[in-house]
Design a protein around this ligand. Sequence first.
Ligand code: SAM
Length: 342
Amino acid sequence: VDREEDDVTPVRWIRINPLRCNDYDTSNVLEELKKKFPNRVEHWTEIQPGSIYYDEFIPNVFGVHPRDKITSHELYRQGKVIIQDRASCFPAHILNPGKDDVVIDACAAPGNKTTHIAAHLLPSVGRDQSPRIYAFEKEPARSKVLKKMINVAGCGNFIEINVGDFTKLAVPEKFQDVTGLVVDPSCSGSGIFGRKSVDSHNIAKKKADEEVQVPDEEEKMVEDDVRNRLNKLASFQFQVVKHAMSLPKARKIVYSTCSVHAEENERVVIDLLLDKKVQQWGWRVAPKDKVIPTWPRRGIVEEFAQVFRDDDEKCQRLAEGCIRALPREDGGIGFFAVCFER
Ligand code: SAM
């Protein structure tokens, strides 16, 4: 992707891909980046053409100026550097799989998170093992893109692609052993900017812009459509995460969206926590200290308070277990992530 993005994207986020480095040692690639971007800045808001910001939250992630066309650089062509929004790097970092883990990426294409999971897992297990990452993708056309991305990232033989619906997964022996999952299902995409979509966020803005106090009939219908759509998405998202939770040896699940809507985020978490089966299986929201504790923007406590009214401490704990990123304001796309554990 090499679009004119500098008017929409404040930062171009890249990560060094250890899978394309000798012995997974990223230092040579970093040296190359230093040559291209000699001026290191302390905060992403200070990025100018030619400068680089070393992200403080995710290892091997850097911010550069969108006008510095990284796509024409050799490092990018060789798959040593991958363009990936910083927030989109949260899930694999939170899952942090190690040498004893077997991982499913339940909604994988185009594969940014899949290859990032591999970047965590491969160095500790080696390449001669049988696949330890299973990537599911329902759409055959998108699974081709996934395959290509995985090959470019240098982990083609290590990841097994399953073209099909993850929620219809028959559970053969190998999936019984899965310990960790990333669930990043289709969502409204309301956190992605530069995309023209009618959603309630835009409607709210339009209303404010036009100082419309009461929605007229037409606007109300659009708003109802949006609510219906969000409800449908939320119920699908709930089903995918619940299915992930049914895997017998799963211990850790990271759920994420690039939506700003609570319906797809905190409220999905709430519905899962209220589900009898989920409770029986013993799943809970992982505490803040396991979910990038230094990231300042957390979940919306008021959403939890609407349901767990009498328990302020619980609402606070749940909200702090969630991560949010606001579009643009936090340097990239809008994002939500939460980790379930048992
Ligand atoms: N995780 C990806 C990444 O970081 O590159 C982005 C995933 S995108 C938000 C959601 C993907 O899930 C889409 O490619 C969609 O086709 C796929 N999908 C939706 N429902 C699915 C299902 N039931 N099983 C498997 N894949 C599904």
